[in-house]
Design a protein around this ligand. Structure first.
Ligand code: SF4
Ligand code: SF4
Length: 385
């Protein structure tokens, strides 16, 4: 079976927004040149033979302008035709114009954007005017037939208003994809907005209950993914698979990193597209070795965990970036992952096998408690979509 292969292109780390908890934008970041896009295409065409998904990410990728995409998309889709590339975009949409939207529509590009709930909550976390600017872009995107989904970042402040936030998504009909605010390594007070792992775990259980109460009325993508992980015994999002090697990112100057989260951190550069590195070349870099040291660490440290097959220690960035590149632990969100994986496992076992296992095996070795039914309903809802 061929592996999924995901390449993130970061045209710039610059961003016109000033979200309070941002950990990645960089005001002085240059914009990628079209020559670098050509180098990316020339490198990727011989790098692997798997189907490739290319996501334009940032910073804010629309800062590159319409002309960048008018040239970049045909260059990439033409040179990589053998890899059947599909494209995606992650953007706050402030700079989206009808001209750009038409270019993206031509390539059927789905858009991930970000709002944190109702206008007042979004603007309190992301800056005054953010919500309206994103919604203007949303109107342009949908008027041109583009599909937009929103990531909702929960901080240690907005989690207090979780009911209001979920109601907003419920009423607006937007699917909800939750993102926990990470400690910002560029801030003097990195934990000012970060959602603590225990709170994150509680929030996931709350979202599971809310989802079950409103099944068919709202889609909560994280809960879908978590249920799918347990049912298939395999991670279905990057956090819960060994992402090393199957995900790469290219920064504005053509530098290659393990993931967009590391872009702009020189110690994580694995090579540059202009040198056309092979997988073997990248594997000789310190960053590649560090990512694999994390994988080996997870194999040892999580060996006794019931969820290791579909958790894989969580996100390596979360684990190693705050410790300056030392592998000292798994993803600090482990507490949250265990909490929600246990909850779903118990409920699924209870639904499938009753409160007792009856010798039929089941999902995970934990002792079984009676729980609310409903996980099967989530799986069925996903299957019928
Ligand atoms: S480092 Fe984290 S965010 Fe990046 S691909 Fe891996 S799991 Fe996903
Ligand atoms: S839940 Fe925690 S202990 Fe279990 S596999 Fe994930 S990171 Fe490791």
């Amino acid at each position: 079976m061929k592996s999924p292969f995901h390449v993130m292109i970061i045209p710039t780390l610059g961003c016109p927004s000033r979200c309070h908890y941002c950990w990645s934008s960089d005001e002085g970041s240059p914009i990628m040149s079209i020559e670098t896009v050509r180098e990316i295409a020339a490198w990727l065409k011989d790098y692997r033979s798997d189907q490739v998904t290319i996501t334009f990410h940032g910073g804010e990728p629309l800062l590159a302008g319409a002309e960048f995409y008018r040239q970049a998309l045909p260059i990439l889709s033409g040179a990589l035709a053998r890899l059947a590339p599909t494209f995606a975009l992650q953007s706050n949409l402030w700079l989206l114009t009808p001209e750009m939207a038409k270019i993206f529509a031509e390539y059927h590009i789905p858009i991930g954007s970000s709002i944190d709930g109702p206008e007042a909550i979004t603007d309190a976390q992301r800056g005054k005017g953010y919500y309206q600017k994103t919604m203007r872009g949303y109107e342009i995107a949908t008027a041109n037939g583009l599909e937009v989904r929103f990531i909702c970042t929960f901080t240690n402040k907005s989690v207090e208003q979780k009911e209001e936030i979920v109601n907003f998504f419920l009423k607006s009909g937007f699917p909800l994809k939750l993102h926990p605010a990470l400690p910002s390594l560029r801030s003097e007070n990195p934990k000012e907005w970060a959602l603590e792992p225990e709170e994150y775990g509680k929030l996931l259980v709350y979202l599971l209950d809310t989802y079950l109460e409103n099944l068919g009325k709202i889609e909560i993508m994280n809960i879908n993914d978590l249920c799918k992980c347990i049912f298939t015994r395999h991670g279905t999002v990057c956090t819960f698979v060994d992402c090393m090697g199957t995900t790469l990112a290219v920064g504005p100057d053509g530098s290659i990193y393990p993931c967009y989260r590391f872009v702009g951190m020189p110690e994580y550069v694995m090579g540059n597209v202009r040198d056309r590195p092979t997988q073997e070349d990248l594997a000789r870099s310190d960053a590649w070795k560090l990512m694999h040291a994390f994988k080996d660490y997870v194999d040892r440290e999580c060996a006794g965990c019931a969820h290791i097959r579909y958790c894989r220690g969580g996100c390596p960035y979360n684990a190693i970036a705050p410790t300056n590149g030392e592998v000292r632990g798994v993803d600090p969100h482990c507490t949250a992952y265990k909490r929600i994986f246990d909850e779903i496992t118990d409920r699924l076992n209870s639904e499938m096998f009753g409160s007792a296992d009856m010798g039929m095996g089941g999902f995970g070795p934990r002792s079984r408690r009676k729980g609310k039914p409903g996980i099967m309903a989530i799986l069925q809802t996903m299957a019928t979509k």
